[in-house]
Design a protein around this ligand. Structure first.
Ligand SMILES: Cc1cc2nc3c(=O)[nH]c(=O)nc-3n(C[C@H](O)[C@H](O)[C@H](O)COP(=O)(O)OP(=O)(O)OC[C@H]3O[C@@H](n4cnc5c(N)ncnc54)[C@H](O)[C@@H]3O)c2cc1C
Length: 411
């Protein structure tokens, strides 16, 4: 007979781990299994392009909980196993090894796989994406033979990796197809600041750069060729151009969705007893005027996991969490609260040259997000402005001598 669990969680990452934790915290007494295709127990993914890649943290320090924690809470960990299909009517799923597992409730927490280049050479040895510990370990094992690296994509992961590589003394080129780095997630002042920081640390930042192909020599990467024919010689390529949500089995089973599986405010998919959380879940976000989006952040994965777990135990909850995010590059700690999508005004608060400032984003006169660089006080106090959607005059926001909490109190 097939194994059966009251709750099966697919994906042993941030969302999956938190779902199991939250179920037990909510006194759920049924059986729980977590199925993950990586060999490791759940670990933190952000350090893969930061402290783990740089060697500041060993793997032990980035595991979400020690092995004993999962045993004590009776969470069956089915690792190195991948779910291939879901049968929503039968409440069962099939693994790639052919075995079948039945579920009472299913929590889909599969994240996404890195988008790959489609040009020739994209799969050469020396070309990397950064999503798993195995990815980071592969890059680390090739560092000795690398003096020049090309990072394709000027988003957070690419820029973080570039910062670490410069620390290792590598010559780094960042290729960004758009006219500024971080263009999809931040306003222009922040983009220009990070561009300047990377240049100051010796990174060659190429904007409007279009990759033609990845050049091979002796079976491994030897360079990146641009559209105009120029070849940038290198021994390592890191591709950081986003992810594709891992939802095929659910969509094939009939769940609504496309770019992510569609969930409601309780993280329920359109399939009975099937929830989805984290990077793979497309939801109507209260902090984006209800826009149907996916968020790729630890905060979102954790908060949606908690909502799904509480819903399963019968609590009445809805997902309404203010988004937050961080990025570490060099000695710069960026903390973001809210979503700046669709802003119509942005105000710089503090002194960019002093490397401690915030960018406040407004829409229709109301504060919708802040990007705070080495400015934790603004980040902490700015949350209230975002949560309240407070209307504050730009000139007041620009005056860094007045704490944001005072502005919040008088708004
Ligand atoms: C390098 C890097 C840096 C980041 N930095 C930050 C940061 O600074 N701040 C921040 O907030 N966020 C950051 N993120 C994003 C954050 O890590 C993700 O948003 C978060 O991990 C999402 O959690 P999740 O549970 O949805 O997916 P994941 O943590 O990716 O977990 C999904 C798991 O499911 C597995 N899986 C997929 N399909 C199947 C299947 N069919 N069967 C079994 N298992 C499957 C995957 O292999 C994976 O192990 C970063 C991500 C990366 C890769």
């Amino acid at each position: 007979m097939a194994d059966h669990y009251d709750v099966v969680i697919v994906g042993a990452g941030h969302g999956g781990a938190q779902a199991a934790i939250a179920l037990r915290q909510a006194k759920f007494e049924g059986t729980i299994a977590m199925i993950g295709d990586e060999p490791e127990l759940p670990y933190e993914r952000p350090p893969l392009s930061k402290e783990y890649f740089s060697g500041e943290k060993t793997f032990d320090r980035i595991t979400i909980r020690p092995a004993a924690f999962w045993d004590e809470r009776r969470i069956a960990m089915l690792l190195s196993r991948r779910v291939a299909t879901v049968d929503a009517d039968a409440h069962s799923l099939t693994l790639e090894d052919g075995s079948t597992i039945g579920y009472g409730k299913l929590i889909w927490a599969t994240g996404g796989s890195p988008r790959r280049m489609v040009c020739s050479g994209h799969d050469l040895k020396g070309v990397h994406t950064v999503r798993t510990r195995a990815d980071a370990d592969r890059m680390l094992s090739e560092l000795d033979g690398t003096s020049r690296a090309v990072v394709i994509g000027g988003g957070y992961i690419g820029l973080e990796a570039a910062a670490v590589l410069t620390k290792f003394g590598k010559h780094v080129t960042v290729l960004e197809a758009l006219d500024r780095v971080l263009a999809r997630v931040a306003g222009e002042p922040l983009s220009r600041f990070y561009e300047a920081e990377h240049r100051a640390h010796g990174v060659e930042v190429r904007l409007g750069a279009k990759v033609d192909c990845i050049v091979e020599q002796d079976g491994k990467v030897a360079g990146v060729q641009l559209h105009d024919g120029e070849v940038l010689p290198c021994e390592m390529v890191i591709v950081g151009i986003g992810i594709i949500p891992a939802v095929e089995p659910l969509i094939a089973a009939g769940a609504k969705g496309g770019n992510g599986v569609t969930v409601d405010a309780q993280c329920r998919t359109s399939l009975p007893d099937v929830f989805a959380i984290g990077d793979c879940a497309a939801h109507d976000n209260d902090f984006a005027e209800g826009a149907h989006i996916r968020l790729e952040s630890v905060q979102n994965a954790n908060d949606q996991a908690t909502v799904a777990a509480k819903t399963i135990v019968g609590e009445e909850v809805r997902y309404h969490a203010v988004p937050w995010f961080w990025s570490n590059q060099y000695d710069l700690r960026l903390q973001t609260v809210g979503l700046s999508i669709g802003f119509d005004q942005c105000v710089t608060r503090g002194d960019i040259a002093a490397r401690s400032f915030s960018i406040v984003y407004l829409k229709g006169g109301k504060v919708i997000a802040l990007d705070c660089v080495n400015a934790t006080k603004d980040y902490v106090q700015g949350r209230a402005l975002v949560i309240g959607g407070l209307a504050i005059a730009p000139e007041k926001l620009a005056d860094a001598s007045v704490p944001l909490k005072e502005l919040a109190a008088t708004a």
